[in-house]
Design a protein around this ligand. Structure first.
Ligand SMILES: Cc1cc2nc3c(=O)[nH]c(=O)nc-3n(C[C@H](O)[C@H](O)[C@H](O)COP(=O)(O)O)c2cc1C
Length: 260
């Protein structure tokens, strides 16, 4: 078993890109993806256990909360978490802290991948995609160094009741949007959407994606389609996609990525 385990949830790859950078600094790390039930839940031999994930609707994405509850961590292990968000941190870090009692946590604003809701450049401070990536890379290096040194955060992550409520109402509006996913004429039937869907919710029928009822709204299909051919109603027709360039769609679907 690797010395370090990072549990990662990533929709369009930004958190996975960051997890890879931090893993390279730590060495001997298994990045265990949490897009479906994690392949490794026994982390009891790991010296450091990390969680890197994106803010979804002010909270944790998909089933991450339940997944984290299933992980076994040694009492003396060092536990850290990093959350990416566009405009606000939300309550995801606090939820993880409630379960595993973090030693160290941090958050960083990145471009919004929730493109049905807002233009992607909703960052604090405003940035271009290149600037945002450079900032994420700098932050990942700082966090990697802090984790190696075993730094500890002075406070717990913020607990904001408003985010809990927002998370619930956004999840409802998101559920409605999910029903409006459709492929445009730009679709070439390459099947990337089918492969990157963490829920096996997309099937190619007659060379075009058909969407089932098991979507969690991660937007991987929307963000990673090489032709930007999947839309959410009319809202995303003119919106730029924002996938991460440091990862491949195939990598995103791995269960475990080992970094020496
Ligand atoms: C479905 C969805 C919901 C999101 N909700 C929020 C949100 O409530 N607040 C926020 O600041 N960012 C939100 N974001 C933005 C992501 O947290 C941010 O873009 C992150 O960098 C995405 O990382 P990933 O590509 O690894 O998933 C949302 C993104 C998606 C796709």
């Amino acid at each position: 078993m690797a010395e370090n385990i990072i549990y990662c949830y990533s929709g369009s790859g930004h958190c996975l890109g960051m997890a890879k950078t931090i893993a390279k600094i730590l060495g001997d790390t298994d990045i265990v993806m949490m897009r479906s039930f994690p392949a490794i839940t026994d982390a009891s031999q790991a010296k450091r256990v990390g969680f890197i994930f994106s803010c979804f609707a002010g909270g944790l994405p998909g089933d991450v909360e339940n997944y984290v509850k299933s992980i076994h961590i040694a009492p003396g292990a060092y536990k850290f978490a990093v959350e990416q968000y566009a405009g606000y941190l939300g309550c995801g870090l606090r939820k993880i802290d409630d379960i595993v009692h973090l030693d160290y946590w941090d958050g960083i604003s990145n471009h919004s991948t929730a493109i049905w809701l807002m233009p992607h450049a909703l960052t604090i401070p405003p940035t271009t995609p290149k600037m945002a990536q450079e900032r994420i890379d700098r932050k990942a290096k700082e966090i990697g160094a802090a984790v190696r040194l075993g730094q500890r955060s002075e406070k717990r992550p913020p607990k904001e009741a408003a985010f809990e409520l927002m998370s619930k109402s956004l999840s409802k509006s998101h559920a409605k949007r999910i029903k409006t996913f459709a492929a445009s004429d730009a679709c070439i039937g390459c099947g990337t959407c089918e492969k990157v869907c963490p829920r096996n919710n997309i099937r190619l029928v007659g060379g075009k994606p058909s969407f089932g009822e098991n979507c969690i709204g991660c937007l991987s299909c929307v963000q990673l389609c090489p032709k930007a051919a999947i839309d959410i109603g009319k809202v995303t027709k003119k919106r730029q996609r924002y996938p991460n360039k440091q990862i491949s769609p195939a990598e995103l679907t791995e269960k475990v990525i080992h970094i020496d």
